[in-house]
Ligand binder design. Structure first.
Ligand code: OSB
Ligand code: MG
Length: 361
């Protein structure tokens, strides 16, 4: 069997700035397999740079091509694949790309939309937005538009020393559900600075300390009243369990790519539920392919908070799919066609293509 890969580079409508830098385009690796008339797709959430985590597009190609792809030659179910891949340490984003390819494949074999195939779904995703750092006027304008579009939660990126942005946004919008995401930019000596954020009535503070930390997050949680959300720190169900056990989180941002796919992400959501805590589905600026996975997952009953799953038009003037999502009143319905339900726009894919090839398994 063969897996096709396509590396695409799609310019963003506007640059996206986080505490680790500015991205001007999405460079994604897409995977495709065809078997018995069924065509499945997935997307690695990595970018060309290992800034969010240690993986990047090159490590994904290396791990899949040299180690992981052989485990899907008989198209096992996703959890069997993950068992087989246990010997490969880490590299969740590479594993997730194959694991999710199998979810799309098997839901299509079963002639079911992915969102129904995964588990109990409410049939729609509650949608929030993630707004990058920019000049305050520009951010306020974006927030204004997002509020009028019906987004259910506004998240702004922050960095150490940029707390003034939160004050300006809160002054302009006293009542919106608001959160902040630091992408690990703070250190434990900044605890007083983070405590100051309590005055802004935030839904939560996302990932103030770096992704390898749980201990300092638990220390911080004892000192602030704003709930804490972890993103980078939660890479497995085991980490989620530990985070709740030591009181390091109230909320988890589930990105199936970071957690190694849907199988493990479902466990994370169940653990949060058992602990009376909360989860939502984050994003990695994905194309329409990765987005369809995220929206299917975000529609699950287990996911109780609005996610970072904006419709395609927030990111790209033209995506690589012919059926971009539409948001109505802060809600997006997953596709009802089998699997992820995405129809590829071949012309657009070709236009953005920078590299393609096959992996034989
Ligand atoms: O921390 O949630 C994050 C984008 C890239 C890397 C990390 C993050 C983000 C976002 C954007 O916040 C979410 C999205 O709109 O896809
Ligand atoms: Mg985050």
């Amino acid at each position: 069997m063969q897996i096709n890969f396509y590396r695409v580079r799609i310019p963003f409508l506007r640059p996206f700035t986080t505490s680790f830098g500015t991205e001007n385009y999405r460079e994604a690796i897409l995977f495709r397999l065809v078997h018995d008339g069924i065509e499945a797709y997935s997307e690695a959430v990595t970018s060309p740079i290992p800034d969010y985590g240690y993986e990047d597009n090159a490590t994904v190609m290396h791990i899949i091509g040299d180690f992981a792809a052989k485990y899907i030659s008989d198209l096992p179910d996703p959890s069997t694949f993950m068992e087989r891949a246990k010997g490969i340490k880490g590299h969740n984003m590479a594993k997730a790309a194959l694991e999710m390819l199998l979810w799309d494949y098997h839901s299509k074999v079963n002639d079911q939309p992915l969102y129904k195939y995964i588990g109990r779904s409410r049939g729609y995703a509650n949608v929030g937005i993630s707004i990058g750092m920019a000049k305050i006027e520009e951010m306020l304008e974006q927030i204004e538009k997002a509020v009028s579009m019906g987004y259910k939660r506004i998240k702004i990126k922050i960095a150490r020393g940029k707390e003034g942005l939160v004050r300006e946004v809160r002054d302009a919008f006293p009542d919106i559900p608001l959160s902040v995401d630091a992408n690990g930019d703070y250190t434990p000596s900044d605890i007083p600075r983070l405590k100051d954020l309590d005055r802004y009535d935030l839904e939560y503070i996302e990932q103030p300390f770096p992704g390898d930390d749980l201990i300092y997050h638990s220390r911080l949680k004892k000192e602030i009243s704003t709930p804490l959300c972890l993103d980078e720190s939660i890479t497995s169900a085991d980490k989620a369990k530990k985070a709740f056990e030591i009181g390091a989180a109230d909320v988890i941002n589930i990105k199936p790519g970071r957690i190694g796919g849907f199988t493990e992400s479902l466990r994370v959501a169940e653990i949060a539920r058992e602990n009376g805590e909360h989860v939502w589905v984050g994003g990695m600026l994905e194309t329409g392919i990765g987005r369809a996975f995220n929206i299917a997952f975000a529609s699950l009953d287990l996911v109780d908070y609005p996610g970072d799953t904006s419709p395609n038009e927030k990111y790209f003037s033209r995506d690589i799919v012919r059926n971009p999502f539409k948001m109505k009143n802060g809600i997006i319905e997953p596709y009802h066609d089998p699997g992820i339900g995405v129809r590829i726009d071949e012309e657009s894919l070709l236009r953005y293509l920078v590299d393609a090839g096959t992996i034989s398994v």
